[in-house]
Design a protein around this ligand. Structure first.
Ligand SMILES: O=C(O)CCC(=O)C(=O)O
Ligand SMILES: [Fe+2]
Length: 248
């Protein structure tokens, strides 16, 4: 009886939390989740190891590995200047395709839709993320309320979750406080925020240990991959105009 009414028994359907912010539970099947976890392990063994970024004295509890552009508090650069100075791996083509499929699924526009069907709302042209940030959360990690504001392009952020579930807080564009909504992002879930929701504050309140589904490739901890378009070109930038409120 308990199980009947547990959170897992509640149908997990597509939900629009705000215009432009869409949660699509179960977007990735177990095989896809496992495959992405394997890719994360390869990236982690790559030229730049995952690192917990620091804001002055404060060190984040998540460890991040970047593709395309390296993110550090306040900006992006091609080289991981706050880690080991190496250039980060590129964004693979499959990831751009996955991002496009995610946008279509979230916003309800079929890939290859007939001309005239119109582009996905909140995306100008084809979605082409040039960056992926992959975060690893252990059981005690979290991410404070923040805006993803270091990107110059207005394109949506595509977020994929793997492993343990988390309590994710999605707020408003004005303040870190209320109104906000708390949802449980599980392994395989997609969350997209673009358009009027692109600069909404959001954060990870806590990880829910021992909730990773068997076969997802991760027995404990959580991986979150966000795809973004920085809107940057050239060798990289981190100066004025590329700063923003980063995840504390
Ligand atoms: O882990 C998540 O679900 C969100 C991650 C996030 O907000 C970020 O990387 O900026
Ligand atoms: Fe974020």
């Amino acid at each position: 009886m308990d199980a009947l009414f547990s959170e897992d028994a509640i149908p997990r359907e597509r939900r629009e939390l705000a215009p432009g912010a869409v949660w699509l539970p179960g977007f990735l099947d177990l095989a896809q989740q496992r495959w992405l976890v394997e890719r994360f392990r390869e990236w982690a063994a790559g030229p730049v190891p995952p690192r917990a970024a620091s804001y002055g004295e404060h060190q984040m509890s998540v460890k991040t590995v970047c593709l395309g552009w390296h993110w550090r508090p306040g900006g992006y650069s091609r080289e991981a200047v706050d880690v080991n100075g190496h250039r980060v791996l590129g964004v693979p083509d499959w990831m751009v395709r996955l991002g496009r499929r995610a946008i279509s699924a979230a916003y309800g526009v079929e890939p290859g839709a007939a001309p005239g069907a119109g582009p996905s709302p909140w995306v100008s042209g084809d979605y082409t993320p040039d960056t992926a940030l992959a975060n690893f959360y252990d059981a005690s990690a979290h991410m404070g309320m923040h805006q993803d504001a270091d990107e110059l392009a207005p394109d949506p952020v595509v977020s994929l979750s793997l492993g343990d579930s988390c309590l994710f807080r999605f707020g408003n564009t004005d303040t870190r406080g209320r109104p906000y909504q708390d949802i449980r992002l599980a392994s395989g879930d997609l969350f997209v925020f673009g358009g009027p929701a692109r600069r909404a504050f959001h954060g990870v309140q806590k990880i829910l240990p021992s909730t990773a589904p068997e076969g997802c490739g991760l027995t404990s901890g959580r991986i979150n991959i966000t795809l973004r378009n920085t809107g940057l070109s050239g060798p990289g930038s981190g100066g004025p105009g590329v700063s923003g409120t980063g995840p504390v």
